[in-house]
Unconditional design. Sequence first.
Length: 282
Amino acid sequence: MMTQQYHIAFSIFFKHQFFSDGDLKSFVVTPTAKTALKLRNMGAMIKTFQQGFHVLYDTLAHGNNRSRSGFFENGEVLKFIVMNNDTNFFNYTADCSSDISGNYFFFSNSKSDSSPSADVKESLQIGAFVGKGDLRPVDTKDPDLFVKPFGMIAIKLHKNLEETFVISFASAATYWCYVITTAYLQELAHPAIVRKETKEVFKGPIPIQLTANTTASAFFSTAAVLQKERPAGTCQLVEDYNTDNQSYKVVLPALPGPDRRHLSSLKTTEEYKEKDVSYIFI
Protein backbone atom coordinates (compact mmCIF):
# COMPACT_ATOMS: atom_id res chain seq x y z
CA MET A 1 0.00 0.00 0.00
CA MET A 2 1.40 3.39 -1.03
CA THR A 3 1.37 6.16 1.58
CA GLN A 4 0.84 9.85 0.99
CA GLN A 5 3.99 11.93 0.55
CA TYR A 6 3.53 15.68 0.60
CA HIS A 7 5.95 18.19 -0.89
CA ILE A 8 5.74 21.98 -0.89
CA ALA A 9 4.02 23.41 -3.96
CA PHE A 10 4.58 27.03 -2.90
CA SER A 11 4.98 29.09 0.25
CA ILE A 12 3.89 32.58 1.28
CA PHE A 13 5.67 34.52 4.02
CA PHE A 14 4.51 37.71 5.75
CA LYS A 15 7.20 40.28 6.62
CA HIS A 16 7.21 43.62 8.42
CA GLN A 17 10.02 46.14 8.95
CA PHE A 18 8.74 46.92 12.43
CA PHE A 19 9.71 43.59 13.97
CA SER A 20 13.25 42.74 15.00
CA ASP A 21 13.21 39.37 13.23
CA GLY A 22 11.31 40.78 10.24
CA ASP A 23 8.47 38.27 10.64
CA LEU A 24 4.82 39.35 10.80
CA LYS A 25 3.01 36.82 12.98
CA SER A 26 -0.44 38.31 13.52
CA PHE A 27 -2.13 37.01 10.36
CA VAL A 28 -4.38 33.96 10.24
CA VAL A 29 -4.88 32.36 6.81
CA THR A 30 -7.63 29.98 5.71
CA PRO A 31 -8.68 28.84 2.23
CA THR A 32 -12.07 29.91 0.94
CA ALA A 33 -14.69 27.15 0.91
CA LYS A 34 -14.25 26.66 -2.84
CA THR A 35 -10.46 26.54 -2.53
CA ALA A 36 -10.66 24.05 0.36
CA LEU A 37 -12.71 21.78 -1.92
CA LYS A 38 -10.26 22.29 -4.79
CA LEU A 39 -7.31 21.40 -2.58
CA ARG A 40 -9.02 18.24 -1.40
CA ASN A 41 -9.86 17.19 -4.97
CA MET A 42 -6.33 18.02 -6.11
CA GLY A 43 -4.71 15.94 -3.38
CA ALA A 44 -3.31 19.02 -1.65
CA MET A 45 -3.53 20.79 1.70
CA ILE A 46 -2.59 24.03 3.44
CA LYS A 47 -0.07 24.05 6.28
CA THR A 48 -0.01 27.28 8.28
CA PHE A 49 2.72 28.57 10.57
CA GLN A 50 3.27 31.80 12.51
CA GLN A 51 4.59 33.95 9.67
CA GLY A 52 2.91 32.37 6.67
CA PHE A 53 1.75 29.13 5.10
CA HIS A 54 2.68 26.33 2.68
CA VAL A 55 0.47 24.65 0.13
CA LEU A 56 1.47 20.99 0.00
CA TYR A 57 0.64 18.49 -2.74
CA ASP A 58 0.57 14.71 -2.61
CA THR A 59 3.34 13.35 -4.84
CA LEU A 60 1.54 10.01 -4.97
CA ALA A 61 -1.93 11.24 -5.88
CA HIS A 62 -4.24 8.44 -7.08
CA GLY A 63 -1.37 5.97 -6.81
CA ASN A 64 0.77 7.72 -9.45
CA ASN A 65 3.95 9.72 -9.02
CA ARG A 66 3.30 13.42 -9.53
CA SER A 67 5.81 16.23 -9.97
CA ARG A 68 5.40 19.81 -8.76
CA SER A 69 4.80 20.98 -12.35
CA GLY A 70 2.25 18.20 -12.75
CA PHE A 71 0.33 19.56 -9.79
CA PHE A 72 0.09 22.93 -11.58
CA GLU A 73 -1.20 21.50 -14.89
CA ASN A 74 -4.87 22.45 -14.49
CA GLY A 75 -4.10 26.14 -13.93
CA GLU A 76 -6.48 26.52 -10.99
CA VAL A 77 -6.81 29.74 -9.00
CA LEU A 78 -6.51 29.24 -5.25
CA LYS A 79 -7.93 31.88 -2.92
CA PHE A 80 -7.09 32.42 0.74
CA ILE A 81 -8.67 34.62 3.40
CA VAL A 82 -6.32 36.68 5.59
CA MET A 83 -7.47 37.87 9.00
CA ASN A 84 -5.42 40.10 11.30
CA ASN A 85 -5.22 39.54 15.06
CA ASP A 86 -3.26 42.69 15.94
CA THR A 87 -5.59 45.62 16.63
CA ASN A 88 -2.56 47.96 16.69
CA PHE A 89 -1.38 46.96 13.20
CA PHE A 90 -2.02 50.34 11.59
CA ASN A 91 -0.29 52.19 14.43
CA TYR A 92 3.10 51.04 13.13
CA THR A 93 2.43 50.29 9.45
CA ALA A 94 3.15 52.78 6.65
CA ASP A 95 1.07 53.71 3.59
CA CYS A 96 -2.04 51.79 4.63
CA SER A 97 -3.92 54.39 6.63
CA SER A 98 -7.00 54.45 4.39
CA ASP A 99 -10.31 53.55 5.99
CA ILE A 100 -9.84 49.80 6.29
CA SER A 101 -13.50 49.40 7.29
CA GLY A 102 -14.44 50.03 3.67
CA ASN A 103 -11.50 48.25 2.04
CA TYR A 104 -9.52 45.03 2.18
CA PHE A 105 -6.06 44.03 0.95
CA PHE A 106 -5.87 42.02 -2.24
CA PHE A 107 -2.70 40.16 -3.27
CA SER A 108 -2.40 38.19 -6.48
CA ASN A 109 0.14 36.90 -8.98
CA SER A 110 -2.27 37.63 -11.85
CA LYS A 111 -2.01 40.93 -13.68
CA SER A 112 -5.80 41.02 -13.92
CA ASP A 113 -8.64 38.96 -12.48
CA SER A 114 -9.51 37.52 -15.88
CA SER A 115 -5.98 37.07 -17.20
CA PRO A 116 -4.84 33.80 -18.78
CA SER A 117 -2.35 31.67 -16.87
CA ALA A 118 0.57 33.12 -18.84
CA ASP A 119 -0.26 36.67 -17.79
CA VAL A 120 1.23 36.42 -14.32
CA LYS A 121 3.77 38.29 -12.21
CA GLU A 122 6.41 37.29 -9.70
CA SER A 123 5.17 39.33 -6.74
CA LEU A 124 1.81 39.47 -4.98
CA GLN A 125 1.97 43.16 -4.00
CA ILE A 126 2.26 46.15 -6.31
CA GLY A 127 5.33 47.89 -4.88
CA ALA A 128 8.34 46.96 -2.78
CA PHE A 129 6.05 47.21 0.24
CA VAL A 130 2.31 46.86 0.63
CA GLY A 131 0.55 50.18 0.13
CA LYS A 132 -2.76 51.79 -0.69
CA GLY A 133 -2.55 50.39 -4.21
CA ASP A 134 -3.08 46.92 -2.74
CA LEU A 135 -6.44 47.91 -1.22
CA ARG A 136 -9.79 47.17 -2.83
CA PRO A 137 -13.30 48.43 -1.99
CA VAL A 138 -15.30 46.02 0.11
CA ASP A 139 -18.01 45.71 -2.57
CA THR A 140 -15.49 43.86 -4.80
CA LYS A 141 -14.97 41.01 -2.33
CA ASP A 142 -15.72 37.42 -3.26
CA PRO A 143 -19.54 37.02 -3.23
CA ASP A 144 -19.15 33.76 -1.29
CA LEU A 145 -17.73 35.68 1.68
CA PHE A 146 -20.31 36.98 4.12
CA VAL A 147 -17.81 38.93 6.26
CA LYS A 148 -15.32 41.47 4.97
CA PRO A 149 -11.83 39.97 5.16
CA PHE A 150 -8.76 41.86 6.25
CA GLY A 151 -7.15 40.57 3.07
CA MET A 152 -7.39 38.08 0.22
CA ILE A 153 -4.67 36.18 -1.64
CA ALA A 154 -5.32 34.75 -5.11
CA ILE A 155 -2.70 32.42 -6.60
CA LYS A 156 -2.99 31.38 -10.23
CA LEU A 157 -1.19 28.06 -10.69
CA HIS A 158 1.12 27.71 -13.69
CA LYS A 159 4.14 25.60 -14.60
CA ASN A 160 6.67 28.31 -13.72
CA LEU A 161 5.07 29.30 -10.41
CA GLU A 162 7.54 30.75 -7.91
CA GLU A 163 8.36 28.51 -4.97
CA THR A 164 8.18 31.42 -2.50
CA PHE A 165 6.18 34.65 -2.29
CA VAL A 166 6.81 37.36 0.28
CA ILE A 167 4.24 39.97 1.30
CA SER A 168 6.13 42.82 2.97
CA PHE A 169 4.86 45.75 5.01
CA ALA A 170 6.86 48.89 5.79
CA SER A 171 7.11 50.58 9.18
CA ALA A 172 5.53 53.97 9.66
CA ALA A 173 7.82 56.91 10.36
CA THR A 174 6.58 59.40 12.93
CA TYR A 175 7.92 62.38 14.77
CA TRP A 176 8.63 61.52 18.38
CA CYS A 177 7.29 63.89 21.00
CA TYR A 178 8.25 63.53 24.65
CA VAL A 179 5.70 65.19 26.94
CA ILE A 180 6.77 65.93 30.51
CA THR A 181 3.88 65.27 32.87
CA THR A 182 5.67 64.16 36.07
CA ALA A 183 5.61 66.96 38.63
CA TYR A 184 9.28 66.95 39.68
CA LEU A 185 10.47 66.77 36.06
CA GLN A 186 8.43 69.86 35.25
CA GLU A 187 10.63 71.77 37.71
CA LEU A 188 13.90 71.09 35.85
CA ALA A 189 15.97 74.08 34.83
CA HIS A 190 16.68 74.36 31.08
CA PRO A 191 15.52 70.79 30.21
CA ALA A 192 16.23 69.12 26.87
CA ILE A 193 15.89 65.77 25.14
CA VAL A 194 19.13 64.52 23.58
CA ARG A 195 19.68 61.42 21.48
CA LYS A 196 22.81 59.92 22.99
CA GLU A 197 24.30 58.34 19.86
CA THR A 198 23.83 61.24 17.44
CA LYS A 199 23.66 64.19 19.86
CA GLU A 200 20.41 65.25 18.17
CA VAL A 201 18.61 67.78 20.35
CA PHE A 202 14.82 67.66 20.17
CA LYS A 203 12.94 70.90 19.54
CA GLY A 204 11.59 72.27 22.80
CA PRO A 205 10.43 72.83 25.34
CA ILE A 206 7.20 73.72 23.53
CA PRO A 207 3.98 74.29 25.53
CA ILE A 208 1.34 71.72 24.61
CA GLN A 209 -2.25 71.48 25.83
CA LEU A 210 -3.17 68.24 27.60
CA THR A 211 -6.65 69.19 28.79
CA ALA A 212 -8.73 72.34 28.80
CA ASN A 213 -6.88 73.57 31.90
CA THR A 214 -3.55 71.76 31.73
CA THR A 215 -0.43 72.33 29.66
CA ALA A 216 2.90 70.54 29.62
CA SER A 217 6.33 70.87 28.05
CA ALA A 218 6.87 68.91 24.85
CA PHE A 219 10.01 68.04 22.88
CA PHE A 220 9.80 67.02 19.19
CA SER A 221 12.36 65.07 17.17
CA THR A 222 13.88 67.05 14.30
CA ALA A 223 12.94 64.35 11.76
CA ALA A 224 10.52 61.45 11.47
CA VAL A 225 11.76 58.23 13.07
CA LEU A 226 11.11 54.79 11.56
CA GLN A 227 9.04 52.76 14.02
CA LYS A 228 10.76 49.63 15.35
CA GLU A 229 9.82 46.96 17.86
CA ARG A 230 13.06 47.77 19.66
CA PRO A 231 13.93 51.39 18.87
CA ALA A 232 17.52 52.05 17.89
CA GLY A 233 19.37 54.65 19.91
CA THR A 234 18.83 56.09 23.36
CA CYS A 235 17.08 59.35 24.17
CA GLN A 236 17.94 61.10 27.43
CA LEU A 237 16.22 63.77 29.47
CA VAL A 238 18.78 66.34 30.60
CA GLU A 239 18.79 69.64 32.46
CA ASP A 240 21.01 72.71 32.48
CA TYR A 241 21.42 72.32 28.73
CA ASN A 242 23.84 74.89 27.34
CA THR A 243 23.29 75.59 23.64
CA ASP A 244 26.73 77.16 23.23
CA ASN A 245 28.85 74.19 24.27
CA GLN A 246 26.17 71.44 24.37
CA SER A 247 26.94 70.67 28.01
CA TYR A 248 24.24 69.23 30.25
CA LYS A 249 23.44 67.06 33.26
CA VAL A 250 21.66 63.75 32.61
CA VAL A 251 18.43 63.28 34.58
CA LEU A 252 16.91 60.20 32.90
CA PRO A 253 19.56 58.25 30.91
CA ALA A 254 17.25 55.97 28.89
CA LEU A 255 13.79 57.16 27.87
CA PRO A 256 11.22 54.74 26.42
CA GLY A 257 10.25 54.72 22.77
CA PRO A 258 6.67 54.98 21.48
CA ASP A 259 4.17 52.32 22.54
CA ARG A 260 2.49 50.91 19.45
CA ARG A 261 -0.64 50.19 21.49
CA HIS A 262 -1.38 53.87 22.00
CA LEU A 263 -2.10 56.78 19.71
CA SER A 264 -2.79 60.29 20.91
CA SER A 265 -4.35 63.29 19.20
CA LEU A 266 -3.17 66.15 21.38
CA LYS A 267 -3.58 69.69 20.18
CA THR A 268 -0.09 70.44 18.93
CA THR A 269 1.82 73.34 17.44
CA GLU A 270 1.12 74.50 13.89
CA GLU A 271 4.47 73.08 12.71
CA TYR A 272 3.43 69.49 13.58
CA LYS A 273 -0.32 69.81 13.05
CA GLU A 274 -0.37 67.85 9.77
CA LYS A 275 2.41 65.41 10.69
CA ASP A 276 2.22 61.94 12.21
CA VAL A 277 3.41 62.24 15.80
CA SER A 278 4.05 59.55 18.42
CA TYR A 279 3.61 60.94 21.93
CA ILE A 280 5.63 59.53 24.81
CA PHE A 281 4.66 60.70 28.29
CA ILE A 282 7.31 60.91 31.01
